[in-house]
Design a protein around this ligand. Structure first.
Ligand code: NCD
Ligand code: ZN
Length: 351
């Protein structure tokens, strides 16, 4: 096969940052995707509908001329979120989900939820409104090993949560373990998961063996190869419960190559091509379109994109560095050669 035509994909989990970074992150998102679900972990986080609206306007101003790419927004849940804010989010038509970060779990999550108990009335309201809960599925208990934080979250938090709110729609974001995959696969249709390119292509050996490679450091952290294999099987298995969410999360090189480096991999320079590599390795390129372009839109109740994109078998080398608001950024798999490349798209009419 020399070329592959797909429905234009969407990214159901990405970080664009704000300020000067948007001039780099927004065009990168718009190049390969029709829509992007933008995470709200700014400093300060996006905790109100008014702020989400403002942030969305900033993002739209950074959109390349002629681009029809659409940002979809998420609200950041805190212990103090008001029920009225959730109702306003639902009514806004701009906010498609509410993001739950256990306090301190990852980059800019200090204002996250300290205990599920505190937000139970909010989750009940989201269940009533049918507003999906987007989970960063890791416990923050310092006694739990970092490699076990997702599995423990599923046992301690997610299993009771799913039982207590039997109609709440839940996305286990960036699932990284066999336990996570098994939980989602066995759960009812209202519980789904996104999968990143780094967790499909790499495991903790890439991060830690033969030298520490900080550009593979993200959260949840890369796991051992058996978990990687479970994720590949889930992504390529044709189930509508697993779909594309890159978790593209840019940090300047100086913040990654540091004695206390930030978590996050930037993948929007080649997201679709990186997924294509994982699917081709699994002999499942024919399943890429469902995962990348159909299942996420179906879950969120949005139409699939009408436009198509073409992947061509044209080897190319990924850049060593890019820019993030004027600072150097090292993208995922920098300098590697990939077999597939997305053909440039025709400029689209503004919606
Ligand atoms: C994300 C970031 O940098 O904002 N980092 C990451 O490693 N994934 C936060 C997150 O999604 O956990
Ligand atoms: Zn993320």
């Amino acid at each position: 096969m020399q070329s592959l035509i797909l429905t234009l994909p969407d990214d159901w989990h990405l970080h664009l940052r704000d300020g000067a970074a948007l001039a780099d992150t927004v065009p990168a998102a718009a190049r390969q995707f029709g829509r992007g679900l933008v995470m709200p972990n700014l400093r300060p986080p996006v905790v109100t509908v008014a702020r989400a609206r403002e942030y969305r306007e900033e993002i739209l101003r950074a959109r390349p001329p002629g681009s029809a790419w659409k940002p979809l927004m998420a609200l950041y849940l805190t212990d103090n979120t008001a029920v009225e804010e959730l109702r306003a989010a639902h009514a806004s038509g701009l906010i498609v989900g509410v993001k739950y970060y256990p306090a301190g779990a990852t980059t800019n999550s200090d204002s996250g939820v300290t205990r599920l108990e505190h937000v139970a009335p909010l989750l009940a309201e989201m269940e009533r409104l049918d507003l999906p809960l987007l989970l960063h599925g890791e416990v923050t208990d310092p006694e739990v090993d970092i490699f076990d934080r997702e599995a423990v979250f599923i046992e301690r938090e997610l299993t009771p949560l799913a039982r207590r709110f039997p109609a709440l729609r839940i996305v286990l974001e960036h699932v990284t373990t066999r336990e996570g995959v098994d939980f989602v696969a066995a759960a009812p249709a209202r519980i789904v998961a996104t999968i990143t390119p780094q967790h499909l292509l790499f495991n903790r050996n890439h991060l830690l063996a033969g030298g520490l490679r900080p550009h593979f450091y993200c959260l949840p952290i890369l796991k051992r190869d058996v978990h990687q294999a479970a994720l590949v099987a889930a992504a390529t298995g044709g189930s509508g419960k697993f779909f594309l969410g890159t978790d593209s999360a840019p940090h300047p090189r100086t913040m990654k190559e540091s004695s206390c480096g930030c978590a996050g991999c930037f993948s929007h320079h080649a997201a679709l091509e990186l997924y294509a590599l994982a699917f081709e390795r699994a002999g499942a390129l024919d399943r890429l379109e469902g995962f990348a372009s159909h299942f996420g839109a179906d879950f969120y109740g949005l139409p699939r994109n009408a436009e198509t994109v073409t992947l061509e078998r044209t080897p190319w080398q990924l850049p060593e560095t890019l820019s993030l608001g004027g600072e150097p950024l090292v993208p995922l798999a920098a300098g590697e050669t990939l077999a597939w490349r997305m053909a440039a798209r025709q400029p689209q009419a503004m919606p």
